[in-house]
Design a protein around this ligand. Structure first.
Ligand SMILES: Nc1ncnc2c1ncn2[C@@H]1O[C@H](COP(=O)(O)OP(=O)(O)OP(=O)(O)O)[C@@H](O)[C@H]1O
Length: 282
């Protein structure tokens, strides 16, 4: 288990993460927050690329910085900007990455074949990556992070720039990988994690809060999410969460503590929970 114990991260006097205590076990944890909230900072600390100002992070009870190379041997990390060489083929690139990780040639070759199949790029193993779509490159990024068969997989906004089909494919791959790994991924797109995250972590104003899954978050809003016709008079104490089409009509989706006149109550979604939590001024 990966544990974050009373971790604070400050840049000069600005605390980006404040006294965070969290645990990541097998399965997917989705870190969801708007841009600039501190997702990458938290993930970089989990990947030992930056240090907590206070507190410590442990893997199975041992401080990850004290573990040094032993920790990096169990860690796979896909940064937000994944660096690759466009003139390389996936096979050559994975060989290069494996060599940097001091893996044996046979392990690299076996890993490369298995991983390219896993991410659906077995047929593209010997094509130059300059011809690849953004989604294909992200899948190469995943294969790279998985090459040394890590127990912990940290993915920083892995679905950024992917089209809906690629997002679904990516989500399925991540879900499969998390059956026997600790996967932590950041996103600001709710649907990326709604279906697969066993734990959801919000970061707001430096405070980090974990929920066991989207069901608990949605339950908190039960009876407080409504839809009403777009031209109806809005109650004063409500938050508009968006518009949508319902049975050929445009309706407003609202958050309110009490049922507005003419509104009907609807089931809360993780997106509602996200919008309510991160509404302007909060
Ligand atoms: N090395 C640094 N020095 C100073 N401030 C930093 C540094 N790294 C991050 N920050 C600040 O910390 C805050 C959180 O940044 P971070 O990149 O962790 O956010 P994020 O949630 O990952 O956002 P995004 O989705 O835009 O990547 C920002 O205000 C950023 O300017």
């Amino acid at each position: 288990m990966l544990t974050v114990e009373h971790v604070t991260k400050r840049f000069k006097h600005n605390a980006v993460i404040e006294d965070a205590t969290l645990a990541f076990s097998t399965g997917v944890t989705g870190l969801i927050a708007p841009n600039g909230a501190g997702k990458s900072t938290l993930l970089k600390m989990l990947a030992t690329l930056t240090f907590p100002t206070e507190g410590r992070i442990c893997w199975n009870g041992e401080d990850i910085h004290a573990m040094g190379e032993r920790y990096r041997a169990v860690l796979g990390y896909l940064p937000q900007q994944f660096g690759y060489y466009p003139s390389y083929t996936p096979r050559a690139f994975l060989r290069y990455v494996g060599a940097l990780q001091r893996m044996g040639k046979r392990d690299i070759a076996r890993g490369t074949d298995e991983l390219l199949e896993l991410v659906g790029l077995g047929d593209a193993a010997d094509r130059r990556m300059r011809e690849f779509s953004g989604g294909m490159i992200q899948r190469i990024g995943i294969a790279t992070a998985l090459l040394a068969d890590p127990q912990i997989l940290i993915l920083d906004e892995p679905t950024a720039g992917l089209d809906p089909r690629e997002r679904v494919r990516f989500r399925n791959i991540i879900h499969g990988l998390a059956q026997e790994r600790t996967v932590v991924l950041s996103t600001h797109i709710v649907s990326d994690i709604e279906a697969i995250a066993g734990q959801i972590v919000f970061i707001q104003g430096g405070h980090v809060q974990a929920y066991p899954g989207s069901a608990e978050l949605c339950a908190e809003l039960a009876g407080m999410i409504f839809e009403m016709p777009v031209h109806a008079e809005l109650p004063s104490a409500c938050q508009v969460l968006g518009e949508r089409e319902r049975d050929g009509r445009t309706v407003l989706r609202l958050y309110a503590k009490q049922k507005p006149e003419g509104a009907c109550v609807v089931s809360p979604t993780l997106e509602d929970a996200f919008l309510v939590r991160y509404r302007e001024g909060r």
